[in-house]
Design a protein around this ligand. Structure first.
Ligand code: SAM
Length: 236
């Protein structure tokens, strides 16, 4: 089975997610010990999507990250470049456009949307998998309305050294073994661990948001920094 490498070639990333799509959400719940639900609730609060707003959930996968926003009355475009993930999401919801969520195939590096389309843009556990993070941050800004907001939910780093070492051991030794019990593509979960370890820390990601033109950049840690929520506003 295919796994991506840390150079994140788009074909390898899309094929890897095609291959794990059917059990993706189940394995997430197991590996995060249910914490993913806590992180998603925090994400909804951070985005504060109001009734009538249009939200882009980029790298939406099966749409699990998108569903939460419609409960607040917003409409969501769930965009991803893995046909397998989109298919599982659409089948589960009974159609590609249902109850406020519309699945759209698209690449984060060349988004198929006009300038200043969305009130808010979100990306959950997706940015780490993108081949050119800075280009994705610029593209997300391009499609956000002036005054609109960006919220990124992504794995990050624990600022307490001892706890971080323990977490690194879980990631590199235990996580792929546990994943093996639930999926036929354990190699995809080796990639997950490696890509988390390789990902920039909170301050560096914030600096990259600023360089991509986002204003009022800030972040907050969830579960001691296992995950961080970064936010920014399109100023002009
Ligand atoms: C870990 S999944 C996250 C799915 C969902 N957001 C969630 O929270 O469960 C990462 C997703 O990023 C998508 N992805 C990676 N690079 C992409 C790109 N360049 N354009 C669009 N989607 C991309 C993958 O296809 C995959 O579905």
């Amino acid at each position: 089975m295919t796994r991506a490498e840390l150079d994140k070639q788009p074909y390898d990333v899309a094929t890897m997610f095609d291959g794990i799509a059917s059990r993706y959400d189940l394995v997430n719940d197991v590996l995060s010990l249910g914490q993913d639900r806590v992180w998603r609730r925090a994400m909804v609060k951070a985005v504060e999507a109001y009734s009538g707003e249009l939200v882009l959930d980029l790298a939406a996968g099966t749409g699990t990250s998108s569903e939460s926003f419609v409960s607040k009355g917003a409409r969501v475009i769930a965009c991803d470049f893995s046909q397998g993930m989109l298919r599982v999401g659409a089948e589960r919801r009974g159609g590609a456009s249902r109850d406020g969520v519309t699945f759209v195939a698209g690449d984060a590096l060349r988004l198929p949307f006009a300038d200043e389309t969305f009130d808010a843009v979100t990306i959950s556990f997706g940015l780490r998998n993108v081949n050119d993070v800075d280009q994705a941050l610029r593209e997300m800004r391009r499609v956000t309305k002036v005054g609109g907001r960006l919220v990124i939910c992504e794995f990050s780093h624990i600022p307490v050294e001892l706890v971080d070492k323990f977490y690194a051991t879980y990631l590199m030794a235990a996580l792929p073994k546990i994943a093996k019990c639930f999926t036929s593509n354990a190699a995809a979960y080796e990639y997950l661990s490696e890509s988390i370890m390789d990902w920039p820390d909170q301050a560096e990601l914030a600096a990259r948001l600023q360089r991509a033109g986002w204003s009022r950049v800030a972040w907050r840690n969830l579960t001691m920094g296992v995950v961080a929520l970064h936010r920014g506003v399109r100023g002009s």
